[in-house]
Design a protein around this ligand. Structure first.
Ligand SMILES: [Zn+2]
Length: 157
């Protein structure tokens, strides 16, 4: 299972620290079907890509293993999105350019030249974002109670 932990480190700083990064240390199993009050054991690392405007490289992801439920828990830094090699910042910037600033697809790709995306790549993120708006709203309401979001009947942009 994946856990996301908050860090102010940039991908470059995170990579530079390697195994010396102060990874979170769980004091109990985060698996909702287990939750045993025994710290999961360190279970090595795996490498994944992280790409944004200023960084492109492999970073280490800390894993733990719970011997009670047999689950492996991976800790992703906040700048990573699960299953996406581009960082939150890269994808957020792209979505802002095309949805908020109303740039055309072509001018948006020009602004994001450093990412080397094809039009279909950018359209994929836009589709994923718009198709998940309801989930995103639910998440935002849980994270920021009382937050005001645009009404559902408005243009998705
Ligand atoms: Zn467990």
């Amino acid at each position: 299972m994946l856990q996301i932990f908050y860090t102010t480190a940039t991908p470059e700083e995170y990579q530079r620290m390697g195994k010396n990064f102060p990874f979170p240390v769980p004091d109990s199993c985060p698996n909702p079907e287990c939750l045993v009050k025994v710290p999961p054991q360190k279970h090595s690392f795996y490498k994944r890509n992280a790409i944004d405007a200023n960084f492109s490289g492999r970073i280490l992801i800390r894993r733990y293993y719970c011997k009670h439920c047999g689950k492996t828990i991976s800790y992703l830094p906040t700048f990573c999105l699960p299953y996406f090699q581009y960082t939150v910042e890269a994808i957020f910037t792209a979505l802002c350019h095309i949805l908020n600033s109303n740039y055309s697809l072509r001018s948006c790709l020009k602004l994001l030249k450093y990412l080397g995306w094809a039009p279909s790549h950018l359209q994929f993120y836009v589709r994923r974002f718009l198709n998940n708006l309801n989930r995103i709203k639910v998440g935002l309401r849980q994270l920021i109670p009382g937050t005001r979001l645009p009404p559902d009947n408005q243009d998705k942009r």
